[in-house]
Structure formats: structure tokens, C-alpha cells
Design a protein around this ligand. Structure first.
Ligand SMILES: NC(=O)c1ccc[n+]([C@@H]2O[C@H](COP(=O)([O-])OP(=O)(O)OC[C@H]3O[C@@H](n4cnc5c(N)ncnc54)[C@H](O)[C@@H]3O)[C@@H](O)[C@H]2O)c1
Length: 355
């Protein structure tokens, strides 16, 4: 747990974003001060800022600034007792159309955060939001087979999911920029002795996620069902992801922060694990079942870097810190659906565009 005498805020970069605002909420709920640094680049996240302020008042300070600018990053880092670094360009599609801009935020921006910590607050723990995309495609076609409405690995060796020992194979500009950042964060623990932890996250979903076709696919699928809009499935829809509800993701991040003495220098894969694996087609089936609404979809080509099968092996994190997911996918989908419906649903009179 935090040192009771240390009343400095936890800095969350990207703290107005989906995962960041849920983390800020959890920290403030336990009475901690939170300093959010966010440039509000993501559509919809201004609303998350208002939500945080309305719930927690002065416990939350929001600085609108950009991690590509070293000075505001240094100012924020100087004040903080710990840094949770989530600000990022998050869409693989945008990284393909503008790899330089993606690099500037994800790679250069992360180096700005690390240098600010190294030079101005070197005892502050740093936890970084990395991604399963650093592992690339992972499986060859010969290593998966179609089982019902999903791909399944042919070897039992993969039954427990993908561990941190899987070889790195950055794929897509987003995979490269996040992978670069991931390796810098990890290396700053070795070379400079910083207390850093890398969280390689799979698919996180839940309330306050402004999902679009480019990122946040579960929220995007649910929102399309609510709006009666057709979906495009890139690939064949049998691809598998393990989904983790954001409340479980936040618990994992807090476990790492509170257990930094044990976690420092480590890399953890974070996802829902084999019990929460779902294919795109299966998710659409779930949505149809519990909303009673037919979801229409068409198919398009696979997108660069898309993994046909990715399921997290969560055992390293569980063993180190006693964390385990609590929210199963059926429950989690209901919670996200309830939030999306209250925010965008026809029952509430508006079908607002993300702004
Ligand atoms: N959501 C997932 O399933 C998932 C999976 C793996 C990794 N991640 C990583 O987790 C982090 C958070 O993801 P999210 O889903 O909450 O995304 P999000 O887009 O909701 O949040 C990112 C936040 O960063 C802010 N931001 C973007 N560029 C910035 C910049 N240059 N300076 C300051 N702020 C900036 C955005 O305004 C946004 O509020 C990201 O680093 C992402 O790569 C997310």
C-alpha cells in the first residue's frame, strides 16, 4: 500500500481515456489524489474528464497537455508519487496511415515520460500500458484450427495462453511504436534502476469506452447493435481475443502499484485469460442473445497485424500479486451495454455522435 505520509498525487497520462479514467476513479475512491495529463485527442474523453471531476472534485486535477512536449511532462512528473503511463495513439489503422505521428506520441512521448522520471523523480514507480501487439501474429495457419465458431490452437501447449516468454515480433507501426516504448520502459529498470513495470494488455472493455471501428471493438460492436447499424468484420470473424473488464484491469494496475517492491523490473501479460476468450462471431451471438437485436455484418480484408488467435496467460501476474479476473464476459458485456445504452441509446432520446 502507499506510504501513508506520501500525499503526492499519482500521475496518470492519458487519464481522461477509457482505462485511465477508470484507474483515476479507483484511486480517488480510496482517497488518493490524482493528477491527470491528457491532450484530449480521443473523441469523447472530455466527457470522462467531467465525470471524474463531478465524482471526485479536488482529488482530481486535470492538466491538458501533450506527452510530446517535455516541459509539461516534467512539471507533472515532479509532483507525482507514481506515474501510470497510458497516453497513446491507440489505433493500428491510424498508425498505418501516419506512422510518424504514431511514433512521436507512442515512442518519443514515452521516452519523454521516462526521462522526466529519471532526471526529476527517479524513485517514482512507472507502470506502462503496453499491448499484446508486441508479440506479432504469433501463430501460423498450421497451428490453429476452426472449432465451431472460433479458431483454436492445435497444440495443448497453447491452452494456458500466451506467456511473457513469447518472442517479440512487433507488427504494424503501432506494434513497433508501443514495442519500442515497452522495451525502453523495461530497460530503464535495468540500466537506471527505475521502478518500472510493463503491462502487455489484451482486449480491455467496459464503461466509459468510446469504442470505434479503429479501436475498442467490443464497445463498437455493442454500440452498433444499440444503433441498429451494420458492422464490418475485418478477417473472417473466427479470430479470438481474451476480453478483460476494465474493473479487473484497474485492480491489476493497482496491485502492481501497491506491490511495486515485488513487481519492479517485471513485464506482465494482462487479459481475461482462457476463461474469457471469445471470437468476433461468438461475441455477436452473445450480443444478439441478450439485446434481442439482430446484428448485421459484412466482411472485409484482414487488417495489418491482426492476430487470428490471442489469449493471455495471466499466471505470472496471478502468482506474483494474487490478482485474478472477477468479472466474466457475460456480466461484463451487460455492464458495458448498460453504460452505452444510457449514454447513446434511443431510450434516452439522443443518438449523439462522439464529440
Ligand atoms: N483498450 C485496450 O484494449 C488496450 C489494449 C492494449 C493496450 N492498451 C493501451 O492502454 C492505453 C489506454 O488505452 P485506452 O483504451 O484507454 O485508450 P484511450 O484512447 O481511451 O485513452 C488514451 C488517452 O490518451 C490521450 N492522448 C493521446 N495522445 C496523447 C498525447 N500525445 N498526449 C497526452 N495525451 C494523449 C487521449 O486523449 C486519451 O484520453 C494506451 O496506451 C493503449 O495503447 C489499450
Amino acid at each position: 500500500m502507499m506510504n501513508q505520509r506520501d500525499n503526492r498525487p499519482v500521475l496518470i497520462t492519458g487519464g481522461c481515456g477509457f482505462i485511465g479514467c477508470n484507474l483515476a476513479d479507483r484511486l480517488a475512491e480510496r482517497g488518493e489524489r490524482v493528477l491527470v495529463l491528457d491532450n484530449l485527442a480521443r473523441a469523447g474523453v472530455r466527457e470522462n474528464a467531467q465525470w471524474l471531476k463531478s465524482r471526485h472534485g479536488d482529488l482530481i486535477t486535470i492538466t491538458v497537455a501533450d506527452i510530446r512536449e517535455p516541459i509539461p511532462v516534467i512539471d507533472a512528473v515532479r509532483e507525482a508519487r507514481a506515474v501510470l503511463h497510458l497516453a497513446a495513439q491507440v489505433a493500428v489503422t491510424d498508425s498505418v496511415s501516419d506512422p510518424a505521428a504514431d511514433f512521436e506520441t507512442n515512442a518519443r512521448g514515452t521516452l519523454n515520460v521516462l526521462e522526466a522520471v529519471r532526471l526529476h523523480n527517479c524513485t517514482a514507480p512507472v507502470v506502462f500500458a503496453s499491448t499484446n501487439k508486441v508479440y506479432g501474429r504469433l501463430v501460423e495457419d498450421s497451428q490453429i484450427t476452426l472449432a465451431g465458431r472460433r479458431y483454436s490452437p492445435t497444440s495443448d501447449l497453447l491452452a494456458g495462453g500466451i506467456s511473457e516468454h513469447a518472442p517479440l515480433d512487433f507488427y504494424s507501426p503501432y506494434g513497433c511504436s508501443k514495442g519500442t516504448a515497452d522495451q525502453y520502459v523495461h530497460d530503464y529498470a535495468r540500466v537506471y534502476g527505475l521502478q518500472t513495470v510493463v503491462m502487455r494488455m489484451s482486449c480491455i472493455y467496459g464503461p466509459r469506452q468510446f469504442g470505434t471501428e479503429d479501436q475498442g471493438w467490443i464497445a463498437h460492436f455493442l454500440l452498433s447493435a444499440i444503433r441498429g447499424q451494420p458492422l464490418t468484420i475485418y478477417g473472417d470473424g473466427y479470430q479470438v481475443r481474451d476480453a478483460l473488464h476494465v474493473s479487473d484491469a484497474a485492480s491489476a494496475w493497482l496491485a502492481v502499484l501497491d506491490g511495486i517492491a515485488l513487481a519492479r523490473g517485471r513485464v506482465f501479460n494482462l487479459g481475461g485469460g482462457p476463461a474469457n476468450a471469445v471470437s468476433l462471431r461468438e461475441l455477436i451471438d452473445h450480443i444478439t442473445q441478450f439485446t434481442g437485436r439482430e446484428v448485421t455484418y459484412r466482411f472485409s480484408d484482414w487488417r495489418p497485424g491482426d492476430q487470428p488467435w490471442y489469449v493471455t496467460d495471466t499466471r505470472a501476474l496471478s502468482t506474483a500479486l494474487g490478482w485474478a479476473p472477477q468479472v466474466n464476459i457475460a456480466e461484463g458485456l451487460r455492464s458495458l451495454h448498460a453504460w452505452l445504452d444510457s449514454r447513446f441509446g434511443a431510450t434516452h432520446g439522443t443518438r449523439e455522435a462522439l464529440a
